[in-house]
Design a protein around this ligand. Structure first.
Ligand code: G3P
Ligand code: CA
Length: 387
């Protein structure tokens, strides 16, 4: 089944601040991908290029907290991105991993010391504390901390302030901010480790769909994308009639874990070929490639020659939302880093706008970014030059 293409009316941060809060901007509009013409090479498929607040505004606040999501929306992000895992009692909460020792204070909490354990998640053995061992009530006693304290030392200012939010709270925040800012803030949930959670009877998809339905966000033109690195869950959501657009996440290496677990040998490289993308378009409206699949890095860690990925995806009718754009030298190609190239420069900002410009010129339809304000500026500069 071909999924609809979502285009979203968006506003810049400045425009949003100027807009009267009395009326919401028109909500997201869907149009069938089957009706869409493949754009010329180097042009976006979407009417509007999206700025997606990756884990909120995680360049400025501990990730996956309401504070991070709220800041992203106020900075002009069109969508906020919660990664989702389950508690012991089946509640979806926003965390990048079910192992939470790097993003919460759980390791400091004596009352939970005996919950430390070792699990194999998607074939990788991990020792730590896992959300599926905590009820929501227990999890709510924890506080979020910055994942990258050495790189993002300023964010540690907020360590200990924020709880782990539920998906429902994220949706409520989305609705409140949409009203206040006068434009629809979209939500871009990702189910994490769905095969693993299926295996412990804490399937993620049913509560995800229920929460979207409860929030009135289950229509084909709802400001929602549902994304996953696995494939079977997305296919099932499509087959079960979830109408919101689906996004297949891809990677420069490896294979979807559901396919690995099923003994299949299809890799992300297979799914990312022109033929593979045609297959993805049977159930998804878009793809989320790793940046290196669009512009590989050379042996010197500089940007290499762009691949045909964006054009191949567009030819298949798929939107392209690459991940993840970040301002720090640590994440930028060598030629865009600022400073003397010393280790202490890694947390300084480099020429992130130039990196994003290169991807925008290749026709990407959105940017996952830890720094939504920078993404908004990159898009404004690009669109101003296009006019
Ligand atoms: O979902 C897009 C991007 O977030 C995928 O990477 O690992 O940050 O979830 P990750
Ligand atoms: Ca994600």
């Amino acid at each position: 089944m071909r999924r609809p293409v979502l285009t979203t009316l968006r506003a810049s941060a400045l425009a949003a601040a100027l807009m009267a809060p009395l009326a919401l901007a028109a909500p997201a509009v869907a149009s069938p991908a089957a009706d869409a013409q493949s754009p010329a090479d180097g042009e976006a498929l979407a009417e509007e290029v999206l700025v997606i607040g990756h884990r909120g505004a995680s360049g400025y606040r501990p990730e996956h907290t309401l504070a991070s999501y709220e800041l992203a929306a106020r900075m002009g992000a069109d969508f906020i991105e919660p990664d989702l895992v389950s508690t012991k009692d089946g509640v979806l909460v926003a965390r990048h991993e079910n192992e939470i020792s790097t993003t919460t204070d759980v390791a400091e909490r004596e009352e939970f010391a005996d919950r430390q354990t070792t699990r194999t998640i998607d074939g990788v053995e991990l020792t730590g504390w896992f959300t599926e061992d905590f009820t929501l009530e227990e999890l709510r006693t924890l506080r979020a901390v910055e994942r990258l304290p050495d790189l993002r030392e300023e964010n540690t200012l907020y360590d200990g302030l924020y709880q782990v939010p539920t998906f429902t709270e994220v949706l409520e925040l989305r609705a409140r901010l949409s009203e206040e800012l006068g434009r629809e803030i979209g939500v871009y949930p990702e189910t994490k480790h769905p095969t693993y959670f299926d295996g412990i009877d804490l399937s993620l998809e049913e509560p995800l769909v229920a929460a979207l339905e409860e929030a009135g966000l289950d229509e084909e033109d709802s400001p929602v994308f549902v994304q996953s690195f696995e494939t079977a869950n997305l296919r099932e959501l499509a087959e079960d009639g979830l109408e919101v657009p689906l996004v297949q996440l891809l990677s420069a290496t490896g294979a979807p874990y559901d396919l690995v677990a099923a003994g299949e040998d299809t890799t992300y490289a297979d799914l990312s070929s022109a033929e593979g993308l045609e297959g993805v378009a049977e159930y998804a409206s878009g793809v989320g490639p790793e940046k290196a699949q669009v512009v590989p890095r050379t042996a010197d860690d500089e940007l290499g020659e762009p691949t045909s990925f964006v054009d191949d995806a567009h030819d298949a009718g798929l939107l392209v939302h690459p991940y993840t754009f970040r301002n720090e030298n640590s994440f930028l190609p060598a030629e865009l880093r600022e400073g003397e190239g010393q280790a202490e420069d890694l947390d300084d900002y480099g020429r992130a706008l130039e990196e994003q410009r290169i991807f925008l010129e290749l026709g990407v339809d959105g940017l996952f970014t830890d720094n939504p304000d920078t993404g908004v500026v990159a898009r404004e500069l690009f669109e101003a030059d296009e006019d």
